[in-house]
Write a protein of this length. Structure first.
Length: 144
């Protein structure tokens, strides 16, 4: 297995870094970083297996992390839809909620059926705990 001199590793890394500037994509740069770090390690360790292993590991890790972080940034978690977007929101009771019967709650301009474990008269504020089908499970809102 040929041993590349540290200067060769560093030159390869710099060429790859320049190539990344010409052809952007956040892939080639990680091979350049791997080559530069390998060149620095090659100054102290003269084992070609360590050189190639370091280069492959760092390059692969860089590409993997860049792709993983890129997906997180470009594909964020989807926004909740329907009643699920109201989880934790505060609404106003417009029809008394008297267990075991349902009342009505207005949240963000929309009216929903609502249930609670306690009686809540109209006009009071409630916090939405969860959504079950087309009804909201609520509790009296307490300012913290």
């Amino acid at each position: 297995m040929p041993i590349l001199k540290p200067a060769v590793w560093i030159i390869i890394g710099l060429v790859l870094a320049v190539l990344e500037m010409i052809v952007p994509g956040l892939v080639i740069i990680w091979f350049g970083v791997g080559a530069i770090v390998t060149g620095i390690i090659a100054l102290f360790i003269h084992n070609p297996y360590v050189h190639y292993g370091t280069f492959l590991f760092l390059s692969g890790l860089g590409v993997f992390l860049a792709q993983w972080i890129g997906k997180k940034i470009t594909n964020p978690e989807p926004e909740p839809v329907g009643a699920l977007r109201y989880f934790g929101a505060v609404g106003t009771v417009i029809k008394d909620i008297v267990p075991p019967n349902q009342g009505r709650v207005k949240v963000s301009g929309e009216e929903w059926l609502a249930e609670s474990e306690v009686t809540i008269p109209a006009g009071h504020k409630v916090r939405i705990l969860k959504v079950e089908g087309t009804r909201l499970i609520v509790e009296p809102f307490k300012k913290e």
